[in-house]
Design a protein around this ligand. Sequence first.
Ligand code: SF4
Ligand code: SF4
Length: 170
Amino acid sequence: MEIMATIDFDFRNQIIQNDIGNTLAYCYQCATCSGACPVAQVTNGKYNPRRLILDALLGLKEKIFGKENAFGIWGCTVCDTCDEVCPQKVELTEIFTILKNMSVEKGESPDYYTTQASTILENGKAIPMQPAIERRREQLGLPKVLSPDVEEVQKLLKSTKLSEKIKKEV
Ligand code: SF4
Ligand code: SF4
């Protein structure tokens, strides 16, 4: 027997009171977003933006969070197709970003996201330069890739409290 999920009004209000999140209230569940979503198509609906919007609108926090539900949030590739097709102009990807941020703060984000964030925090870029790549670029006559100002990047990221969120010391 399925257990009834509890409505969490605070959670719901946290999204609706956000400048962009308030578009959540305009959703009338037409499912145009799910029909157009490439991830929904290749996962046979396992990932479903319409359902995620509905769960957020109803404040069904426990159906959204929890490691076992992570794909329901993190399956989104942020391609923005749903935003473009939604007849109600619901800002789906921005709302999903709010949910992803909450997931990170709960320590429930997939490791590949936090690992990538750590790499940016440590190196100032997502893919640090490697000698083999540098040699190959030189052979091909390509210019050197300029190194980022790592301290500057770290300063910016620290102001977003990224290191605390991903529990990383720099
Ligand atoms: S397309 Fe827009 S209105 Fe329709 S279900 Fe998706 S979010 Fe709701
Ligand atoms: S932004 Fe995410 S939810 Fe929207 S269509 Fe793309 S993958 Fe699907």
